[in-house]
Design a protein around this ligand. Structure first.
Ligand code: FAD
Length: 519
């Protein structure tokens, strides 16, 4: 009988199969030759002590045991060419996983995506980085794969529903992600690996009869007697359907404006906003691993930190070890930061959003915008930052200690943010209460993570697209919009997800509810 075993080992043992076998054989008081195979079920790092350990959950197969390897295959997708059609707006994780699920359930998804396919998108990303040109339909947030495509591809989520998370992870593996994501405590894929996976998902949808339209922006939703009838594209083409899964993400401001104009119920939603901090990765390694040099067996260290300042949470968000800060604006006239990293996380810098939770009352100066007040608050800060940094895709930047002391930095070194930075006192970018909280919070961070509070860290502003500033309310049971029949607000933009995995899970849930209502 195979035996389950929980152990802690040194990093060099965890990364060497032979050494691990020897270690396990000693623990179990058997000879190495009696151990046929080790399967790693879970892996995490324990960096609480000076000597860092790797926690492993293993399945030990002895000689004579039948080694059962976990075979990961795709579901049996049906041919849906002639099936009932469902419009899916947006090809982010929510839209793509909704479409896959629809195919699995025998329905035909028509996926409508304003941006280009994942390869075509690259040219537009180059244009933002090099020429400061932002295409409003194809950028770091818009295009096939959605906002998560050129990201760190972190795949952890606060969702407690392990079954739902595992299903998405297994689908990703079936589409080409490394099986390691099934065992790592903090799995990630990386920007270099995600595009192929996304392309394969799209090809599978098409192979089974689904349709995917790129460079097609939904400009109107047709509604009659409080029931959806279809959509209109920017070319004035009408596509009819009685079911629409609306998965347009947190940056589709035109969709929020459209719904508001059409008097379809939406609500302002609190989100979080702040800066993106960049430190040398070696510094973060030395703080997190309590060592001078990480060595070859440990990955670049992540960090996660939260403090309460003046009654508000200030916390790290979407931390990218060995990563790069990306220009994530979706319109000209604004700047926005976020972060990505390659699968090896081998860049010299570590970046993280450091954000403060906002409350609905913070949006009061924008009250005349009603449900769009939070979105206008967000937009105003992004536009101000654009203006202060010189009206290109350069962002305002300041050294960390200088920021806490309201001092304009005399110099800003080159950072990973390719379009460049302009030295600005960041207190000018944010409302006073936010600046105050961040100034105090960073000093507190330095007390918990010794070395973090340093002028070698560069703050970039703003980090503003942490989650949707709007919620599109839906019925808890049917997942349909509270007023509009056949409309399924879905994913991060509607306020029901906060990352790649939770968006994908929500996409599947909406597809299932759609299918149930069509029965
Ligand atoms: P989105 O991914 O935003 O997709 C929405 C899609 O709808 C887009 O493709 C858009 O083009 C399309 N669309 C919008 N309006 C229209 C319209 N009118 N007509 C047609 N199509 C439209 N999350 C993680 O979990 N891990 C990470 O490591 C991570 N890193 C990130 C790094 C970056 C740089 C960014 C920007 C985000 C990152 N995120 C990460 C967040 C993650 O990408 C999002 O939470 C996730 O993509 C949300 O999925 P979604 O499908 O709900 O929306």
């Amino acid at each position: 009988m195979p035996k389950e075993l929980l152990i802690q080992v040194a990093p060099e043992i965890a990364s060497n199969e032979e050494m691990l076998k020897v270690h396990v054989s000693k623990l179990l008081h058997v000879s190495v030759s009696e151990i046929q195979h080790l399967t790693i079920l879970k892996r995490s790092i324990d960096a609480r002590q000076r000597a860092i350990k790797i926690n492993l959950k293993l399945l030990v197969f002895y000689q004579g045991d039948e080694v059962q390897l976990d075979k990961i295959t795709l579901p049996e997708y049906k041919d849906v060419s002639n099936a009932a059609e469902v419009i899916v707006v947006g090809a982010g994780p929510a839209g793509l996983f909704a479409a896959l699920q629809l195919v699995e359930l025998g329905l035909r998804p028509i996926v409508i995506e304003r941006g280009k396919d994942v390869r075509g998108r690259r040219r537009d990303l180059k244009a933002i980085n090099r020429d400061h040109i932002v295409d409003e339909d194809s950028n770091y947030c818009f295009g096939e794969g959605g906002a998560g495509t050129y990201s760190d591809g972190k795949l952890y989520t606060r969702s407690k529903k392990r079954g739902d998370v595992d299903r998405i992870l297994r689908l990703l593996v079936a589409f080409g992600a490394t099986p390691d994501i099934l065992v790592e405590a903090h799995p990630h894929i990386g920007t270099n690996k995600l595009p192929q996976i996304i392309q394969d998902i799209r090809e599978k949808i098409i192979e089974h009869g689904g349709k995917v339209l790129f460079e097609t922006r939904v400009s109107d939703i047709l509604i009659k007697n409080n029931e959806v009838q279809g959509i209109v594209t920017q070319h004035n083409d009408v596509i009819e359907a009685k079911k629409i899964i609306l998965a347009t993400g947190h940056s589709a401001r035109d969709i929020f404006e459209l719904l508001d104009r059409k008097k379809v119920l939406i609500e302002a939603k609190p989100f979080a906003l702040g800066v993106r901090a960049e430190h040398p990765q070696s510094l973060i390694d030395s703080i997190q691993y309590s060592c001078d040099f990480r060595g070859e067996f440990l990955p670049p260290a992540p960090y996660s930190i939260v403090k309460q300042v003046n009654g508000r949470g200030m916390y790290s968000f979407c931390m990218c070890p060995g990563g790069v800060i990306a220009p994530c604006a979706t319109s000209p006239g604004e700047v926005v930061t976020n972060g990505w990293s390659p699968s090896k996380r081998d860049q010299a810098t570590a970046n993280s959003g450091i954000v403060v939770e906002l409350k609905l009352e913070d949006f009061k100066p924008f009250a005349k915008f009603g449900a769009l007040a939070g979105m206008e608050f967000q937009k105003a800060i992004e536009q101000k930052a654009w203006h202060l940094a010189g009206e290109t895709q350069k962002v305002p930047a300041q050294r960390l200690v200088d920021f806490t002391q309201s001092k304009v930095s005399a110099t800003i070194p080159k950072t990973s943010y390719v379009p460049g930075t302009t030295s600005v006192e960041l207190g000018q970018v944010f409302p006073g209460f936010l600046t105050q909280i961040m100034r105090e919070g960073f000093v507190q961070f330095g007390k918990s993570m010794r070395g973090y509070y340093t002028n070698d860290a560069i703050l970039h502003a703003p980090e503003s697209r942490t989650s949707s500033p709007v919620r599109i309310p839906r019925d808890h049971e049917t997942l349909e919009h509270l007023q509009i029949k056949g409309l399924y607000p879905c994913g991060e933009g509607a306020g029901y997800a906060g990352g790649i995995i939770s968006a994908a899970i929500d996409g599947e849930k909406c597809a299932i509810k759609c299918a149930e209502s069509l029965k």
